[in-house]
Design a protein. Structure first.
Length: 261
């Protein structure tokens, strides 16, 4: 069995949550770490975890690419953290924007505000001793790494990791995890990442309901996909699939302090 370390179970694609988890378990996926993006999606994430506490583990987040989120929105998320920090396994998805800055006329100021908000959220992670699920692709990764160290965060994963080799090495050397998605089956960049990163520093995720190409084209995206991701990781590592699944699940449990059952 393996665990999906990052899925947006708050999404309308997963209205029938029990069927979602049942389908995942038929593919040897034990359950999913569910991540939120703002106060309303955090509420739905908490509800999903309450409905299936043995297979859904909740994180509360504030998505850095959602440019419409403002001061009142982060205050609502902070209030949720204060109320529910004992019920959650992590803080995420949080981080720094990248894609939303590409055509933004005010990109520098947006990044400045994003860094301030990330620091604010990392302060809560430190206060409540929560691991962090980071959205920090490409050039944002080095800034996020610096922020983690500055706030003394010991547990974090760079989800759907994309960064230069030297930044990736620095992330691993600092004791953090990186995760890969179904793109590892068909994208050379991700395959090279898996070959370079030690297995005990890797997680696998669906980032569902994000759609994928290659053999996944037209296929519904969800936790069930991570068994295929784990299989591909095993091929790249030249290891038995069962051994790789066990290690990947152990990594996820270690990061989020989950009880191995």
């Amino acid at each position: 069995m393996v665990i999906d370390s990052h899925c947006h179970l708050h999404d309308a694609a997963y209205t029938d949550l029990r069927e979602t988890i049942r389908s995942a378990q038929t593919f040897d996926v034990w359950g999913a770490v569910a991540v939120g993006c703002d106060a309303p999606t955090n509420e739905r994430t908490l509800a999903a975890a309450a409905a299936l506490p043995k297979a859904v583990w909740p994180c509360l987040g504030f998505h850095p690419e959602w440019a419409h989120l403002g001061h009142e929105d982060i205050e609502r998320v902070e209030a949720q953290l204060a109320e529910h920090h004992s019920r959650i396994v992590g803080l995420g998805e949080i981080g720094l924007p990248w894609y939303s800055l590409e055509e933004a006329a005010d990109a520098p100021s947006r990044m400045t505000w994003a860094r301030l908000r990330l620091g604010r959220l990392l302060g809560h992670a430190a206060r409540y001793d929560l691991p962090v699920v980071l959205h920090a692709p490409h050039g944002a990764a080095v800034l996020a790494l610096e922020a983690l160290k500055r706030h003394g965060i010991e547990r974090a994963v760079f989800h759907w990791h994309k960064a230069s080799d030297d930044v990736t090495r620095a992330i691993i050397d600092a004791g953090y995890f990186v995760s890969v998605t179904p793109e590892v089956v068909y994208r050379e960049r991700d395959r090279q990442l898996v070959e370079a990163v030690p297995l005990d520093s890797l997680l696998v995720e669906s980032d569902g309901p994000w759609p994928y190409r290659g053999e996944f084209a037209g296929m519904a995206s969800g936790p069930w996909l991570v068994s295929r991701v784990a299989e591909e990781v095993a091929k790249l590592k030249r290891m038995p699939v069962d051994d790789v699944m066990f290690q990947l699940s152990e990594n996820t449990c270690r990061l989020f302090d989950l009880i191995w059952a």
